[in-house]
Design a protein around this ligand. Structure first.
Ligand SMILES: Nc1ncnc2c1ncn2[C@@H]1O[C@H](COP(=O)(O)OP(=O)(O)OP(=O)(O)O)[C@@H](O)[C@H]1O
Ligand SMILES: [Mg+2]
Length: 264
């Protein structure tokens, strides 16, 4: 059909602010977002979800707080887990799919050792996990250990196969999350006006006093650390406030390949 636009998978870095981007095809694939309540975490996750869908990747959401984020995601056909059982089920399925991808593309004779999901032309699978610490504290001891184990698997082995983690938490102390998970999250975002020195340090690896200027966080404002850029001041994008507008925007992004006049 003349003029038919077919969406392709897009692996380009996802813009965050100015020159700062999220590079999904290298060690920056896993992201950790820290921000106190009301500082714009969920809005930022919404933005990332929109960009991943626009680039034709698969998105999965954990919304342990049962907030409007999960509702929006469900509305546009994204799988959402809210309670402990659903979270374990979703993570188990993702780890399983990752293992299948490994045995199909990476552990075969003659596989290119530099191959990754982008060089193979495969879609990325991104788990956006809002409020990871509240999900862990709501789980029983055994279930918490299982969630951590599954997240560790994805964190350790997900990069090449294109299984990315986007985690958010309100604060971060040294013992809140296993090091095996946090160390793999090489894209770090911190937002918010009031952020403790400990949280700032655990999130960025630096100390507030090492910043070239006084700390400048706020709602949707803070810092990013990426493997490419070191630490930089950022402001996160503001998304439409009206959820109906936002749902149509997300649907449009997801279906951007639909030829005009069809399905609209
Ligand atoms: N980038 C931004 N620029 C300006 N305002 C923003 C931005 N991001 C979020 N906000 C405002 O802050 C409010 C809270 O944002 P959001 O719900 O994303 O925060 P949160 O960190 O997820 O909070 P909670 O702990 O309640 O889940 C939003 O309703 C919006 O008005
Ligand atoms: Mg939130």
């Amino acid at each position: 059909m003349a003029g038919k636009y077919i969406p392709g998978l897009n692996y380009a870095p996802i813009p965050i602010y100015g020159e700062i981007s999220w590079h999904i095809t290298n060690e920056g694939i896993h992201m950790l977002n820290t921000a106190p309540s009301g500082s714009g975490k969920t809005m930022y996750l919404n933005y990332l979800m929109g960009m991943l869908l626009k680039n034709q990747h698969r998105v999965y959401v954990v919304d342990a707080k049962n907030s409007s984020f999960g509702m929006l995601a469900r509305h546009i056909g994204v799988q959402v887990a809210a309670n402990t059982d659903e979270i374990i089920q979703l993570l188990t399925a993702l780890v399983c799919e990752m293992e299948e991808r490994y045995s199909k593309y990476f552990s075969v004779a003659g596989a290119d050792i530099d191959a990754n999901f982008a060089t193979l032309g495969l879609e990325g699978h991104f788990l956006i996990f809002d409020e990871v610490l509240s999900a862990l504290s709501a789980a029983g001891k055994k279930e918490k250990a299982e969630i951590e184990r599954l997240l560790e698997q994805l964190a350790l082995k997900g990069r090449a196969a294109g299984f990315g983690l986007v985690l958010s938490a309100q604060k971060l102390n040294a013992t809140d999350l296993p090091k095996a998970i946090t160390e793999q999250c090489q894209t770090r975002i911190i937002l918010g006006k009031v952020v403790s020195d400990e949280t700032f340090h655990q999130s960025t690896g630096l100390y507030k006093k090492d910043l070239a200027h006084a700390y400048r966080g706020g709602v949707g404002k803070g810092y990013a650390v990426t493997p490419q850029s070191g630490i930089s001041y950022i402001e996160t994008p503001l998304m439409p406030h009206n959820s109906r507008d936002y749902i149509s925007l997300l649907k449009e992004l997801r279906d951007r390949g639909t030829p005009y006049g069809e399905g609209r």
